[in-house]
Unconditional design. Structure first.
Length: 349
């Protein structure tokens, strides 16, 4: 049975009714079966004691966002539900107990549910200051992909300098983040993609070697390229490619399970783990953030410092207006996106 998670209190909790003169637009899901989702008008929320209200400039649109908006993700939100998981914008108001932030600061934020709106209230712990002069679309898609990839490679995979890393789904947002961070950690990075456009994107992100598996399987492409076993696999894809990748690990290798964007949950043979002394390692950055907040904060600080220094840069493959939210969600579900998708908006003054 799927678990359920209540919407944060600042989100809409009933039929949309404007309760003040300040209004905003928000994408609201009213039912999953049949799916009823529309751009609606709502009251601008007021921040609680430790909350920050953000005037949203852009928000990320991911595969998980699309699944959740359809009620198909492993965690099902209560209805009505405002989709999204990360955004960037300007602080519009702060609660009385907020420290370290000021109205007018440029920030990015995490919020499971809520970012597909012109204004959003989140707890100050979910907010991070941005360096000057950022592009809103880039800033909006920074945190989820890079903190996921860093947690996977550093905390769960213990990727070390000199090791070999295979990145599946290397043209996607987590895949491209993993390429950049893998190089920063000193690894040799091999990227697996489908198609010439995605191959070019993986090379642009810094991969040492890119193999195109669109015309054959991963194992065949690997053998044709004459590649040797790897130490770590980063896998946000699932399906048949996961089983093939697990078999490409060397002794003591680690296969990092990030997600199943390919749709199918693989059945990896346990005897392969025995023969290779290999590990199948789950990566759940959402739970990690809650269970280990101090370490999660240190990871975020590292990512933000790399971004401020220009050592990492999110690839935004497509931007959509708020009115085109359905097109953005459809592209996120299609597997055809390169990099991340951003939804751009401009709240009322």
């Amino acid at each position: 049975m799927r678990s359920r998670k209540k919407n944060p209190p600042e989100l809409l909790s009933g039929p949309v009714a404007v309760q003040s003169e300040r209004t905003m637009r928000a994408v609201v899901v009213r039912s999953f079966a049949p799916l009823r989702m529309a751009l609606e008008e709502a009251s601008v929320p007021d921040p609680g004691a430790t909350e920050i209200r953000i005037r949203v400039r852009a928000c990320g649109v991911s595969f998980v966002d699309a699944l959740t908006a359809r009620g198909e993700y492993q965690v099902t939100p209560d209805l009505p539900y405002v989709p999204g998981s990360e955004c960037a914008g300007i602080i519009d108001a702060i609660g009385p107990d907020v420290a370290g932030f000021r109205v007018g600061d440029a920030v990015c934020a995490l919020a499971w549910g809520g970012p597909f709106a012109e204004y959003l209230c989140v707890d100050q712990d979910a907010v991070a200051l941005l360096p000057p002069g950022v592009e809103w679309a880039e800033a909006a898609v920074l945190r989820v992909a890079y903190t996921t990839a860093w947690h996977a490679l550093k905390d769960r995979g213990a990727l070390a300098a000199g090791e070999r890393l295979l990145v599946l789904g290397a043209a996607g947002s987590v895949g491209q983040a993993a390429i950049e961070l893998g190089k920063i950690l000193g690894a040799t990075v091999i990227a697996a993609v489908r198609g010439e456009a995605k191959r070019a994107a993986a090379l642009a992100a810094g991969a040492d070697t890119v193999i195109d598996i669109s015309g054959c399987g991963l194992r065949e492409a690997w053998e044709q390229a004459g590649l040797s076993p790897v130490d770590v696999v980063l896998d946000p894809v699932g399906g048949d490619v996961s089983d093939a990748a697990f078999r490409l690990l060397g002794w003591g290798g680690r296969h990092l399970v990030v997600g199943f964007a390919g749709g199918a949950i693989p059945a990896i043979k346990a005897n392969i783990a025995l023969l290779k002394g290999a590990s199948l390692v789950g990566v759940n950055v959402g739970r990690f953030n809650k269970i280990a907040p101090v370490q999660a904060a240190a990871n975020l600080a590292k990512i933000m410092s790399l971004y401020a220094a220009g050592e990492i840069r999110p690839r935004v493959g497509a931007c959509f207006t708020m009115e085109a939210y359905q097109e953005a969600l459809d592209l996120a579900s299609s597997g055809k996106a390169i990099g991340r998708i951003a939804l751009m908006m401009d709240a009322k003054d």
